[in-house]
Design a protein around this ligand. Sequence first.
Ligand code: AHR
Length: 498
Amino acid sequence: MPSAAIVLDPSFTVAPVSRRTFGTFVEHMGRCVYTGIYEPGHATADEDGFRKDVLELTRELGVSLVRYPGGNFVSGYRWEDGVGPRSERPRRLELAWHSVETNQFGLDEFVRWCAKAGVEPMMAINLGTRGVQEALDLQEYANHPAGTALSDLRSEHGAAAPYGIKLWCLGNELDGPWQIGHKTAAEYGRVAAETARAMRMVEPDLELVACGSSGSGMPTFGTWEREVLRECYDLVDHISCHAYYGDDNDDPASFLASAVDMDRFIDSVVASADHVGAELKSKRRIDISFDEWNVWYKDRSRLTDGDPEAWEVAPRRIEDEYNVTDAVVVGNLLISLLRHSDRVAVACLAQLANVIAPIMTEPDGPAWRQPTFHPFAITSRLASGQVLRVQTSSPTVVTEKFGEVAAVDAVATYDEGKLAVFLVNRSLDQTIEVSVDVSRTGVSTVDEALTLADDDRLAVNSAAQPDRVVPQPSTATLEDGKLTISLPPISWTALSLS
Ligand code: AHR
């Protein structure tokens, strides 16, 4: 059997585990909000119309933060449509996803939902059709304590205490020609700088995210980051990255190595940001907000559910059904994000419910976990303390997209005598025995060993079979500071030791 070896040393650290690595994303898109997290009349709905089954699953998923309300949606959104008495809220054409927005859920509901879910809100601002003034209005409504028109309006709407939203995205994917209000880097950099400057006049300590490229494949990738940051480097804290991976070409070997691409993407954006910092002789460091990432089979599911010509309320949009292979890739992408904890400050799995999501629901029906739910939930539960630098020697697999890559990829975290190790085997057909030298960590017991794998790599969960794919206990032995475990092909594994 091929073998791999890993050495861990708790004195070789990357950075503390950031809880914000475990963010997700709620967009007014398809059924993420309506019949996803919000469905008055559902058997589990609470007094606010929030689905309690989804709230429970959100807590189980270990979500720390939620980005809202878009996505492409935010670039045409008027936030004030979604506050105040529900009967007076306007119905609007929603251009990004070709639907009708009823505005029955808005900022006030979102902040209440976040409190119930125990997550931090991350708010995106419309810099597509709007600008500085509307951003300031939203900030005043959300965060000013009292005594002004908009803060008093919030009070009238039942929320006397300010929301204290700290983390704000300055627009969304404005490099993309599909974006409402699409801009050049110079145009966007300027409006981002102006908006950031004005918002900081009210609250100097906000955390602001400038839009990076909407993907590393964009023709402007790299120059966009440089030009935007030249305009707003000293006014923002983070630059965004977005990445979606899918096996669109029936090339599972390359798909399983998607984290190689994520590693390179992060390294390139860090290099671009640091380059601008050096040019400007700035002492400031810009980190990454990886605020959209996931598996997304775009070609298969973009607007193909329902009638794409009809203007409907909460139509089914990109409700990807994830399988075992997708879950292994999601687990590996989390490994990549954790390994970059020194520069990735925020990350959001896109999205939370129904729309390319770990949680699925049926209107009036059940909610269940997709296979991708599990690696996210378990990593969020076990990762703590410091991320360790992991030295791995592994057999390789050959991929069309990335050449020869390591078959085994891993990351580990260490927290006062507790060690967590996350591993993937990206080989399509070979079991690999991994030995991990944990002698320097002082651990002596394997508390938990869970593996997600299946003889059918395309197996999925469904409303009828919600637990067809779940991680299973696996056997790991620990002797004389050496941990040994066999990783089946196409598998994701989590180990917890103390
Ligand atoms: O998450 C779905 C969409 O993907 C978002 O609206 C957009 O920002 C990205 O292109």
